[in-house]
Design a protein around this ligand. Structure first.
Ligand code: ADP
Ligand code: MN
Ligand code: MN
Ligand code: MN
Length: 331
């Protein structure tokens, strides 16, 4: 009988930012990836005396790295009594997504990230700094962008995996890039974003390069890395009053959102570098210095979506999308 490799992927128990883990199981072709387990004492998810944690597959796609019949298998982590593990942030999103299903919410997440080679951003000089920011965003040429071959490989891999990747671009800081997933539902965008992140790390590995989601990889006059989260409900896609109502709802509890939008967010949301300070909340049309931006096309069409510019690159999309659903849809 033919066999295939199923690479199980899960989020560990590291605080404040989970890392991705994975291990491979050989299965018979035609066999669905079954529930499996791992040693939680090595991932900060259990103690040595009771180390078993349970992996429950929730999202499976073709594995573009190994090709053929091979698969990637994203999992939720459970305790052995089959209650969700405390590190399992997807479980709470499942409940909220179900309650708000009638709103038909869509999310599109812009994932920014930075390539590093050793201790320096990829392509940066050994001593000193590259020329100041200004010419790098969406740039072209060996003196402007670093790591494009990795970006292209990663984009192809996401497409082969069947993920809803909708674009990529070079960012404002050299060696910084972005890809976007969406627009799709909260669980789907989050699952696909985690798999796309895994593919990014895995493919960059082939080049001896690491990708980091650190929100402020270089201190000083260099842009941070975010995960702008674009959001709409059916009623927002139909009219403008619900767009404003969503912005107003988000203005009622900014602190709860900031607390769930990724570690070290205060390093990035300074009020400079196209951000609004984490201490403030404002929304506005076309305003890249606002917490929430209403795109100009949306203001013109009087319908569409809003962009929450606050989430960090290192955010957990299960938390971010749940916060937005809870606040805007009043769960
Ligand atoms: P920016 O101008 O902020 O760089 P991008 O083009 O990078 O914008 O990203 C726009 C994002 O908006 C994409 O992720 C896309 O999926 C998302 N998007 C588009 N329409 C909708 C919608 N109706 N609801 C939610 N997200 C949307
Ligand atoms: Mn973008
Ligand atoms: Mn960007
Ligand atoms: Mn954006």
């Amino acid at each position: 009988m033919g066999k295939y490799k199923a690479h199980y992927i899960w989020l560990d128990g590291q605080q404040p930012t989970a890392k991705m883990r994975g291990k491979t199981r050989i299965l018979n072709i035609g066999e669905e990836p079954p529930v499996w387990g791992f040693d939680g004492s090595s991932t900060e998810q259990a103690v040595g005396e009771a180390s078993d944690c349970v992996l429950k597959p929730v999202f499976t796609c073709p594995d573009p790295v190994r090709g053929g019949e091979n698969k990637l298998v994203l999992c939720e982590v459970f305790n052995t009594d089959m209650t969700p593990h405390s590190s399992n942030t997807r479980a709470a999103l499942r409940a909220v997504a179900e309650k708000t299903a009638g709103e038909d919410a869509w999310f599109g997440i812009e994932q920014e990230y930075t390539f590093f080679e050793g201790a320096r951003p990829l392509g940066w000089p050994e001593n000193g700094f590259p020329a100041p920011q200004g010419g790098y965003y969406c740039g072209v040429g060996a003196d402007e962008v670093y790591g494009r071959e990795i970006v292209e490989d990663h984009m192809d891999a996401c497409m082969e995996a069947g993920l809803n990747i909708c674009g990529v671009n070079a960012e404002v800081m050299p060696a910084q890039w972005e890809f976007q997933i969406g627009p799709i539902g909260a669980l789907a965008v989050s699952d696909e974003l985690w798999v796309a992140r895994w593919l990014l790390y895995r493919i960059a590995e082939e080049y001896g390069v690491s990708a980091t989601l650190h929100p402020k990889p270089v201190l000083g006059d260099w842009n941070g890395a975010g995960a702008h989260t674009n959001f709409s409900t059916q009623s927002m896609r139909d009219g403008y009053d619900p767009i404003i109502a969503a912005c107003e709802a988000l203005s009622t509890r900014p602190d709860e959102h900031i607390a769930n939008y990724g570690a070290k967010i205060e390093l990035r949301l300074t009020g400079d570098h196209e951000t609004c300070s984490y201490k403030e909340f404002k929304y506005g049309v076309s305003d890249r210095g606002a917490s929430i931006r209403i795109p100009w096309q949306v203001a013109l069409d009087k319908k569409g979506y809003i962009e929450d510019r606050r989430p960090n690159a290192n955010c957990d999309p299960y938390l971010v999308t749940r916060m937005i659903l809870e606040t805007v849809c009043g769960v």
